[in-house]
Write a protein that binds this ligand. Structure first.
Ligand code: B12
Ligand code: SF4
Length: 449
């Protein structure tokens, strides 16, 4: 069977004039995972619209599309186009899972949740000629599965081709997070086995790795084993962790010894009432300063993630958060306007309270306000969001924040990493257009190590 996997992109990611680097970071790992479950004689192609054109006039037997929230409308357009020519379309991913009826109007089958079990069943049905309209996730086990088909990636088109996950989901239940809407059947956290994780790491050439797991320290027993084994592998890696997991024990030290150099941390808010409202248990009553100090002393940079627009927030939230991030030596900041993703508990509550005023999913990109806030208007929110970014990345503030670190090596790292990330967008644009991203990978590794 000829199968085409597609990751659709937003208009912004396709611009011939200006392509933000974030769209050229990672290849479509979920689709490569599904491709590994196909039969040996299937003819497979993965197309990532973030980095290449889609030819909608080809003739595969089956098209499999991944839908996140902001690419949903584009996903539907692509699906409609294939179906108008009688080609079968299957859709899955986070958005299709949270709104399966909406997705079903544009495709033959919707697969909910993780595809590891249901996709195999679906492929068999497809070959037998009788597919069902919906496939549930079912009892998924990640044991004994093949490695993702990375050979199908166009590696040169990405800055970080070595992305991987060793777990799925998260044991926590923050009210704004996709986790509660995606994992069907109650279980929200799954892991691979240690041997398989090490095999996957070893299968990737180059030094740099990015773990896309929601929280790489969620299963301490597992990661302690993995980090001990990784110690001699000469890797440098990045990944997301939670505040509580830094302070609990010495796992973060093991992570450093294994090559962990940059942590994505969801601080979300510097306002305790907001953390309680968001059910962000991993942060409540945690000593942010102590956690940051521990990472700084080890030599791990921080990418802090912040949310503006929780109900307790007032107009001062933007300046307060930015000042806090600068004063605490946060290297890079990822800001978000609170976005109620369909299926999450915050979405259900807002729908009940009639607060959501648009379901144009393209605006659910965490840069737009899509609901009524009690204290901040839409204009104020979007202005504050943009101002917070500008303020954080002013040269003066990058220098000021770099100086917050104890050691000179961290001051230097901070300065070059933050500067390269936000101040050299035209250089990234040039590298993307000329397929030279691989030349920047060495610099990334040198800055991190
Ligand atoms: C990598 C990533 C990106 C990359 C995306 C490109 C890429 N190559 O993947 C970049 C950096 C561009 C990105 C950007 C954004 N992202 Co993003 N991103 C992620 C991240 C961290 C990892 C995705 C991943 O690879 N997962 C691992 C793979 C193995 O799993 P998977 O892709 O989900 O695939 C599995 C299943 O979904 C299913 N499946 C998927 N597709 C299909 C298709 C079929 C046919 C079938 C059968 C099954 C199936 O089976 C797969 C195997 O289990 C997730 C968080 C997460 N942990 O998933 C957020 C996440 C997907 N992003 C999110 C968001 C909101 C965004 C942004 C809109 C905004 C922002 N502020 O970040 C932007 C805009 C993206 C856009 N263009 O539309 C949200 C999505 C929420 C939602 N309801 O859709 C997430 C969940 C983050 C979060 N915690 O809120 N992102
Ligand atoms: S800790 Fe992070 S990944 Fe886990 S539920 Fe909360 S926001 Fe989601």
């Amino acid at each position: 069977m000829k199968i085409r996997f597609i990751l659709p992109a937003l208009e912004e990611a396709k611009s011939p004039y200006w392509r933000p680097i974030k769209y050229s970071l990672f290849p479509p790992l979920g689709l490569a995972t599904l491709a590994s479950l196909c039969d040996e004689d299937d003819e497979i192609e993965i197309v990532d619209e973030h980095v290449e054109e889609i030819n909608l006039n080809d003739n595969p037997d089956l098209v499999c599309i991944e839908s996140y929230i902001t690419n949903a409308f584009r996903a539907y357009k692509i699906a409609d186009s294939y179906r108008s020519r009688g080609i079968k379309v299957a859709m899955g991913g986070i958005h299709a899972t949270s709104l399966p009826q909406e997705a079903k109007a544009h495709c033959d089958t919707v697969l909910l949740g993780l595809g590891e079990r249901s996709f195999v069943e679906f492929l068999k049905d497809c070959k037998d000629g009788h597919i069902k309209p919906f496939y549930e996730q079912g009892q998924v086990s990640l044991e004994g599965l093949p490695l993702p088909r990375r050979d199908l990636f166009k590696r040169e088109k990405y800055l970080v081709p070595n992305s991987m996950v060793f777990s799925r989901g998260c044991p926590n239940k923050c009210s704004f997070c996709y986790v509660s809407s995606f994992f069907q059947g109650g279980k929200t956290f799954f892991t691979y086995e240690v041997d398989r994780i090490l095999k996957e790491i070893e299968s990737m050439k180059g030094r740099h790795l990015y773990f896309l797991d929601d929280n790489i320290l969620a299963d301490k027993k597992l990661v302690r084993q993995v980090f001990k084994e990784m110690k001699g592998m000469n890797r440098v890696f990045q990944g997301a962790i939670t505040v509580d997991s830094i302070l609990e024990d010495d796992t973060i030290e093991l992570a450093y010894e294994a090559g962990f150099r940059s942590a994505f941390i969801g601080f979300e808010s510097v306002n305790m009432d907001s953390l309680i409202q968001a059910n962000k248990l991993s942060n409540i009553n945690m000593d942010y300063n102590q956690a940051i100090k521990k990472l700084d002393q080890l030599g791990i940079m921080i990418n802090g993630s912040f949310i503006f627009g929780l109900d307790n927030d007032n107009l001062d939230v933007f300046d307060k958060t930015t000042e806090w991030a600068i004063n605490n030596g946060i290297t890079t900041a990822t800001n978000h306007i609170l976005t109620p993703y369909p299926g999450t508990s915050i979405y259900k509550k807002m729908i009940h309270d009639k607060r959501i005023y648009t379901n144009d999913w393209r605006l659910y990109d965490t840069r737009h306000l899509v609901f009524n806030h009690p204290n901040i208007t839409k204009e104020q929110m979007e202005y504050g969001y943009n101002k917070a970014y500008k303020d954080f990345y002013r040269w003066g503030n990058i220098i000021k924040s770099s100086k917050e670190h104890e050691e000179i090596r961290m001051k230097m790292k901070h300065f070059s990493y933050a500067g390269a990330w936000k101040k050299f967008e035209p250089v990234w644009n040039f590298l993307i257009k000329n397929e030279l991203l691989s030349t920047a990978r060495g610099t990334l590794v040198r800055t991190l190590k």
